[in-house]
Design a protein around this ligand. Structure first.
Ligand code: CMP
Length: 222
């Protein structure tokens, strides 16, 4: 697929590669398609490749022993995942699931190792990705301690919206609750509050529109 290169180009990890190496790597990638709800891999699976999201959205989720789930990240086009087990021993640290129809570019760990051997400076990009992830995890931990459910819901909705005010909710109510770290009822109550205050509009099952970003942002920090 000719469009594969621009996607690889835009990832933190491969964007720094010189064109010849990028071209060579592109030749060794495989495309995989998953439908909404399909499992890409499970926590504990033996890992052999990493993925770049070409299109669609992917949920990274951790499971508690009692089966409850926490969505730790929602990834979109250009995002890289499945790289942690390349560095720490081969088993998947979390589940990955398609939230929409998803096209992924899969790259074998052996090919990534070869790139890293040829271009050790690419490891800076790896460290940057992992440091960013640690920051996000630290922030989520602090949110769990210092923000109430309404504040955390506002924050997650703003994250899912990105820069757009209108967006389609890619998560089920259960998944959103898992991401906020609260029950479905409490998250729904927070959303109902935002609607009542005129900060948010929800139509159909998944069309969300942020009407007052400033108020939502203020609530996401208090
Ligand atoms: P890996 O352990 O191979 O498989 C699960 C993947 O989920 C992991 O690699 C990371 O790419 C990704 N992942 C795990 N934790 C997080 C997180 N907190 N934020 C974003 N991605 C994550």
């Amino acid at each position: 697929m000719a469009a594969r290169q621009p996607v690889l180009d835009k990832t933190d990890l491969f964007g720094t590669l010189p064109p010849d190496l990028l071209e060579e790597l592109r030749g060794r990638t495989a495309l995989a398609k998953f439908r909404r709800g399909e499992t890409i891999f499970n926590q504990g699976d033996i890992a052999k490749n990493l993925y770049v999201v070409f299109s669609g959205r992917v949920a990274i989720a951790a499971k508690a022993p009692d089966g409850r789930e926490s969505v730790v990240a929602v990834l979109g086009p250009g995002a890289l995942f499945g790289e942690m087990s390349l560095f720490d021993g081969g088993r998947r640290s979390a589940d990955a699931r398609a939230l929409t129809t998803v096209h992924l570019i899969a790259i074998d760990f052996d090919d990534v190792r070869e790139v890293l051997r040829a271009r050790p400076e690419v490891l800076w990009a790896v460290v940057r990705i992992l440091a960013r992830r640690l920051r996000a995890t630290d922030e989520a931990l602090a949110d769990a301690m210092f923000l109430d459910v309404t504040g955390r819901t506002a924050k997650r909705l703003l994250e899912l919206a990105g820069e757009e005010n209108e967006f389609r909710m890619p998560l089920t109510q259960e998944e959103l609750a898992g991401m906020v770290g609260a029950s479905r009822e409490r998250v729904n109550k927070a959303i109902a509050t935002f609607i009542k205050l005129g900060w948010l509009e929800v139509s159909g099952r998944s069309r969300y529109r942020i009407l007052d970003r400033e108020e939502m942002q203020a609530r996401a920090c208090s």
